[in-house]
Design a binder for this molecule. Sequence first.
Ligand code: FRU
Length: 455
Amino acid sequence: MEKRPLFHFTPESNWMNDPNGLCFYKGEYHIFYQHNPENCYWGNMTWGHGKSKNLFDWERLPHALKPDSENFGDIDGCFSGSAFVEKDELYLFYTGVKMLTKQKNEFGNTITIGLNDLAPTQILAKSEDGINFEKLQKLSLEIPEECCKAHVRDPKIWKKDEVWYMIIGARENSQGEVLVYNSKDMENWNFLSKIKEENMGYMWECPDLFSVGEKDILFISPEGVGKDEQKNISGYYLGEFNYETGKFIHEEFERLDYGFEFYAPQSFLDDKGRRVFMGWLVNHAPLPEENWTGMMTLPREIKMKDGKLYTFPVEELKKYRAEKLQEFSHLEKAKNMYDFEIVLENLENFQMLLFKDQEKSLKLSYSKEEKSLVLDRSEVINSFEPLKTFGTIRKLKIDGETEKKIRVIADKSVVEIYINDGELVMSSVLNPTSCQKGVEVMGNILSKEIYTLKR
Ligand code: FRU
């Protein structure tokens, strides 16, 4: 179990994908997640569950939702959704699915034969103790005629001025979109509008809409839009949401993370008024010798500054900074558990080698020709093919002439890199050998703060 991260949420065992139902309930944080209780590959979608007082020490709880009801229509899967807390009650909204055709895949999991052979139902469940959930009802919502009925999923619910709002991922003629509804009773939903854009993929998954400061922010995870080897990406639109019409006027799409496998982020508001989210760092198979697949990003807080969105690890992470070191070379003993920040005069001659042994490393360097930061993980894959499917190089356009702050958090088999306090982020899952733990940083360094991380 050498590679299991200690600060990034992972399932106790088996497969995990999207974060679901993130919320703060009766003094504790709750995380739910798409889980396959049977094995390390996608299937049998069940809601895993954990809770925590500080977003890092998670207590594991029994599964919250199981795919077990013909009546509710979730017999073949409890897909993604969200939570809503009201008067000491915890509500979960999710997509139940029934598969209209079935076959077993190579891992023994049941999947449909055709991509559209899915019948989704939006379902409401409730808990009074935050542990046991009762499925309450199927939601009544009209899906516009022109939408593909098989692909309506991942409801996110919130409340404003005594009215509930829901957005849900959908597709129409191979174009992704979200459908917007409102409701006075959580059960009957009126269709308000569609939010969509040209050339933004064939399906929008896991939408989320919320405000930070003056801005409304829409998270979407469009399928079939990415360049590189990563076709499904996640990001956001900044804009203004009209609660009367459900229309959303927005700026250009931006990525939340320019690394390799970030997907399906979901946010929630905590008791401190912070907007926090986690995304899923996709991996389609367990790392060698491990019995779990998939991890979440660090919990990240969102802030707006000068009209721009910044995301950075919640401050609680700093409590785990253990020893302060003077030199990067001393980090070797931290065994890839560290958190450091440097200020660079500019990006000229900048190069950072992480997860380094005698010959190989993860490289972050500045390319003057391409005016880009280049993250190259090809030497820390160590023949683990599933990581290669997302590619080994990412390039991020950035000017190299001005001062830059770079924070790096390494956690065993994952690294998160924050540029300028979270103006830009790059994350990567890795498969280092036990010898790959050195750190070297070159460039015009103005200052540095180096810490080991400890549980
Ligand atoms: C996103 C997603 C969701 C769906 C869930 C199924 O990764 O495809 O749209 O609800 O995963 O596990």
